[in-house]
Unconditional design. Structure first.
Length: 380
């Protein structure tokens, strides 16, 4: 069957229909549109076979893109039904691109772009995704120190502030309770985050926004970690640590450790029993907004059960989309959000606009040079 002469843009998951670019004459003149929500490989290949007459030149990777089939792996890219000969680019709405076989994409000369909010053009738009992830981290950290959700759960059940504070402190003697105790013997106390030390593992645009929130919002002392030493001194006075074995001797001083690293082979199971053995045991608040694979789930669960963590906050999970049962059933020592760190309507719109802009630029037959914005979000 002869291919359509007009390029086709395949939407994998829906875009934001408020998008200015989506409704633009430029996009509609350039492309025919196709849509498919990826559920299984068989259904995806069946869809592609049904549209072999379409010249699929670009793919818009909305949420969750290819996650339901385990990512865009080599076996998918090299399948006879996949349009690798016509496909020039894939633009993702997400920042993460784990699950994409970058080598296979390079071999087939398929460009891959992700969402980079630091390249947005106006100050109001810049770092929006990182800002919103920072808000999520702020909530988890507060949960670790103040246990608001746990106390809210008790207050909803009791319907009485006096009784709820007694209940939270495991008291049944009717005495007045201030609300600062979370155990009858006073061994577990509500704490303030002010002046406590936090360590942020991963210091890209998201990590920097988290640091601003914790420093200026909660009054915490910020330390950060990356593999390479920064080229200039940090303007906020934050302390740098190298992400290598030398870090272990420093871990005991931190009340909070935030994981904001990408999920790679190098970071897999970085937080394990050995890592935790260097930390401040029962006083540590651990928050993961990176990838679930960074935590050795068994080791972290064991630390929770043995009282070697004050709190675990999670927005990402080891067997995502499934949340581990131990986290579902533990209200006092954990806080969970369903991978929605950047899930605001502002980011949904921004990510759509950037993905469509990258597609227009990367498939422009009259241009061989990508703009700085497009270059900044290019992975392959």
């Amino acid at each position: 069957m002869q291919s359509s002469m007009k390029p086709t843009l395949l939407f994998v998951a829906h875009p934001d229909h408020r998008s200015r670019i989506l409704d633009s004459q430029e996009l509609r003149n350039r492309f025919e549109f196709l849509h498919h929500d990826v559920t299984t490989k068989d259904e995806f290949f069946k869809f592609l076979r049904q549209h072999t007459d379409k010249n699929i030149t670009a793919i818009y990777g909305g949420y969750p893109a290819f996650h339901p089939i385990g990512g865009l792996t080599r076996d998918v890219i090299e399948h006879e039904s996949f349009p690798r000969k016509s496909l020039r680019c894939i633009a993702l709405c997400s920042r993460g691109y784990n699950g994409f076989d970058l080598e296979a994409l390079r071999e087939n000369e398929i460009k891959l772009f992700n969402f980079q909010d630091q390249v947005c053009e106006t100050p109001q738009e810049k770092d929006q995704g990182g800002n919103d992830v920072g808000d999520c981290v702020l909530w988890h950290v507060l949960e670790g120190f103040r246990k608001f959700s746990y106390q809210q759960l008790i207050a909803r059940k009791d319907g009485d502030t006096f009784a709820a504070r007694n209940h939270a402190a495991d008291r049944d003697d009717g005495a007045w309770e201030f609300g600062h105790r979370l155990s009858n013997d006073g061994s577990f106390l509500v704490q303030s985050p002010r002046n406590r030390k936090c360590l942020i593992l991963g210091f890209g645009s998201v990590g920097k926004q988290i640091a601003l929130k914790l420093h200026h919002g909660l009054g915490m002392e910020v330390h950060y970690c990356r593999r390479s030493e920064p080229q200039k001194e940090n303007e906020h006075g934050w302390t740098f640590h190298r992400l290598d074995d030398s870090l272990k001797s420093q871990l005991h001083q931190f009340s909070v450790i935030i994981v904001a690293l990408p999920g790679t082979q190098e970071t897999q199971h970085l937080i394990d029993k050995e890592f935790l053995s260097h930390c401040d045991g029962p006083n540590l608040i651990l928050v993961n907004v990176g990838r679930g694979s960074i935590l050795n789930l068994d080791d972290v669960k064991d630390a929770l059960q043995k009282g070697q963590l004050r709190h675990l906050g999670a927005d990402v999970y080891y067997r995502e989309p499934k949340v581990d049962q131990a986290l579902l059933s533990e209200h006092k020592m954990t806080s969970i959000t369903p991978h929605l760190g950047s899930s605001t309507e502002t980011v949904f719109y921004q990510s759509c606009e950037l993905a469509l802009r990258n597609i227009l630029e990367a498939t422009d037959p009259l241009s061989h040079v990508l703009s700085p914005v497009c270059k900044a979000s290019r992975i392959v």
